[in-house]
Design a protein around this ligand. Structure first.
Ligand SMILES: C[S@@+](CC[C@H](N)C(=O)[O-])C[C@H]1O[C@@H](n2cnc3c(N)ncnc32)[C@H](O)[C@@H]1O
Length: 360
């Protein structure tokens, strides 16, 4: 003990923002600490918005309906995100079941892990692994589920937490570094990818995201002229606007900005290749009679899921597949604009006896 008087702890005020509706992500401190401010969260949700740092799951009842998880079963959520779908599936698996939650994102995953553990789920009920879903088969093997899972679910793309966080660089609406990696510790950032990719490949990537060929070429050439200088999200927005200025109407330019951001994100995360890998592995990861459901958000994803399920039905791997896509109701779309582009497809693994011999 010393006889010096104790220094009182210095009180630090939170930096103030002007106005009542903070625009900067870091200033939305009430939304970012939902446990302390439940009324603020309810207020944001009532306005049809997603609170910062959270994600509103899409088509939850339809997902539960087609996956039909039952007590004691084994389920995989290949895109855990905020854990919204996972929590509802977990409720149905209890007692005795287990959910294996995968996600590639090292930034959001520990927060989801902590939140779900705080609900009381032990390692027996919930296992969480940070991995790309392209490694689904090994993740299931490591879990010791050698006969496969009863249920597999994937909700593709990004969570609202990732989109809203300017530091991740996913959104043209926020000022941030051009990163866009699901796992910022792996691979090239968007800035690096743009600096290293030839104009022809850039143009093809933009056209694959439904940009008109001539506009895709113009944007690619503008980016190539600024090679190495595009470091932030506004830099990329400006490049697209400059490329199309006076060539297409302003409203269309903003759609091009969206498409280019989506194309760059798909390329940086190799999204089509990892989705193809997931779709190839699902049949061998499902028990006979097991169910899979996938939520997609654009035509490049949906086309792949549709084709994989149709091929599986044809060769007898799947006993039944969705005849039609399931979409969100107008009410859900109003409450959550992200639901507008969502398409849900499902398939059921054939029972072992009905698998037809390989005809190739
Ligand atoms: C739309 S969110 C999922 C939201 C979740 N269903 C919920 O209710 O909270 C998609 C998640 O998938 C993750 N993800 C995207 N691609 C992935 C991949 N190839 N492997 C693993 N996780 C991936 C993203 O990091 C993101 O957290």
């Amino acid at each position: 003990m010393t006889d010096r008087p104790e220094t009182p702890p210095t009180h630090r005020r939170r930096p103030r923002y002007s106005g009542t509706h903070p625009r900067r992500f870091a200033d939305k401190y009430k939304e970012l600490t939902p446990e302390k401010y439940p009324e603020a969260i309810a207020h944001v949700r009532a306005r049809g918005k997603t609170p910062a740092g959270q994600h509103v799951p899409i088509l939850v009842e339809a997902v539960l309906d087609v996956l039909a998880p039952r007590p004691g079963e084994l389920a995989v959520d290949a895109t855990l995100g905020w854990g919204g779908h996972a929590e509802r599936v977990l409720e149905r698996l209890m007692p005795g079941g287990t959910l294996l939650g995968l996600d590639a994102d090292p930034i959001e995953l520990p927060k989801t892990d902590a939140r779900l553990r705080a609900r009381g789920y032990s390692e027996d009920a919930l296992r969480i692994r940070r991995t790309n879903f392209a490694s689904l088969h090994s993740a299931i093997g490591e879990a010791g589920w050698h006969e496969g899972a009863d249920v597999i679910f994937a909700d593709l793309g990004l969570s609202s937490m990732q989109i809203d966080d300017p530091a991740r660089g996913f959104s043209f609406k926020h000022d941030g570094p051009l990163d866009m990696r699901m796992n910022p510790k792996r691979g090239l950032s968007a800035a690096e990818w743009l600096a290293r990719t030839s104009p022809d490949l850039l143009a093809r990537a933009f056209a694959d995201s439904d940009e008109r060929d001539a506009d895709a070429q113009r944007i690619a050439e503008t980016i190539a002229l600024r090679q190495g200088q595009l470091r932030t999200t506004p830099d990329l927005v400006r490049a697209v606007r400059d490329a199309l200025h006076g060539v297409v109407p302003d409203v269309d330019v903003e759609m091009s900005v969206r498409r280019v951001f989506q194309a760059v994100r798909i390329a940086v995360n190799d999204e089509f290749a990892v989705l193809d890998a997931l779709l190839r592995q699902i049949p061998m990861c499902l028990r006979p009679g097991g169910r899979v459901a996938i939520l997609t958000f654009h035509s490049g994803e949906d086309r792949r899921v549709k084709r994989a399920f149709a091929e599986g039905l044809r060769d007898g791997t799947y006993g039944e597949v969705a005849r039609d896509i399931i979409r969100a109701s107008p009410d859900e779309r109003r409450a959550n604009p992200r639901a507008g582009s969502a398409k849900l497809r499902w398939a059921r693994r054939a029972s072992a006896l009905s698998v037809r011999p390989d005809r190739s």
